[in-house]
Design a protein around this ligand. Structure first.
Ligand SMILES: C[S@@+](CC[C@H](N)C(=O)[O-])C[C@H]1O[C@@H](n2cnc3c(N)ncnc32)[C@H](O)[C@@H]1O
Length: 219
């Protein structure tokens, strides 16, 4: 804690040197022109937005291995898919064919397999074949019965020791309470669903995101 002699508050009240406007406009234009044209970046670019960067660096990149098989549920335009391309095989599973078509516009990697599901299943994915599963921006909208069915179906495709990372709605947080499209979920409810499905919880992140939380679990 700063003591009473601190200059902290005096420095803050001093007028800031005006930053020149033109370089800032050019930087913004350059950012816009060079940023990838991926649907979903309007919710924040994990390369740029600090909490998302943390999610990328802590829960995604360390698990990407060229000898492993992975699943992404609800890839949207590929905001996170970008980081998952080095897997030996990446199944991108989505309920909406239109979204898979959107994804295909930017991603045509031979290691990817596009799967249209019925909202909770994994058609065509072999039992006990998956090392890593990731989902962001999807479970935040799913109600408990759908989450429970997903967790049960996931159990069949995950290898023993696999890692699953799921971001979900956290209604203990004000930003989730204010968002009507977020489902009625909390860390306590999510923890119970994950444990009831027979998984072991490895870690929970209740602080990085303002409107949601993240859970990593294994079979
Ligand atoms: C809000 S977008 C998030 C996209 C991406 N994960 C991101 O973070 O940018 C939600 C995505 O989940 C898909 N989706 C919605 N319900 C789903 C379900 N039950 N199973 C699989 N995908 C689903 C949507 O079609 C869409 O692609």
């Amino acid at each position: 804690m700063p003591d009473l002699d601190t200059t902290l508050h005096l420095k803050m009240v001093r007028p800031k040197k005006k930053r020149r406007l033109l370089p800032r406009i050019f930087a913004a234009i350059r950012r816009e022109l060079t940023s990838p044209n991926v649907y979903g970046l309007q919710w924040g670019d994990p390369d740029v937005v600090r909490p998302l960067r943390f999610i990328r660096d802590r829960y995604v990149l360390p698990y990407v291995k060229s000898e492993h098989m992975a699943v992404e549920i609800g890839p949207g335009g590929g905001r996170w898919t970008r980081y998952l391309l080095a897997f030996k095989k990446l199944y991108v599973v989505d309920y909406h064919a239109e979204l898979l078509a959107e994804l295909k516009k930017n991603f045509r990697d031979s290691r990817m397999e596009f799967i249209k599901n019925n909202g909770t299943d994994f058609p065509g994915i072999a039992e006990r074949s998956i090392d890593y599963l990731f989902s962001f921006g999807v479970f935040v909208h799913l109600d408990a019965p759908i989450i429970e069915t997903y967790l049960a179906n996931m159990k069949m495709i995950l290898k023993p020791g696999a890692n699953a990372v799921i971001q979900y709605s956290d209604k203990t947080k004000i930003m989730a309470q204010l968002n009507e499209s977020f489902s009625e979920n909390t860390p306590e409810k999510m923890r119970t669903m994950v444990l009831n499905a027979g998984y072991t919880i490895c870690e929970e992140d209740l602080t990085t995101m303002w409107h949601s939380s993240v859970i990593r679990f294994t079979v």
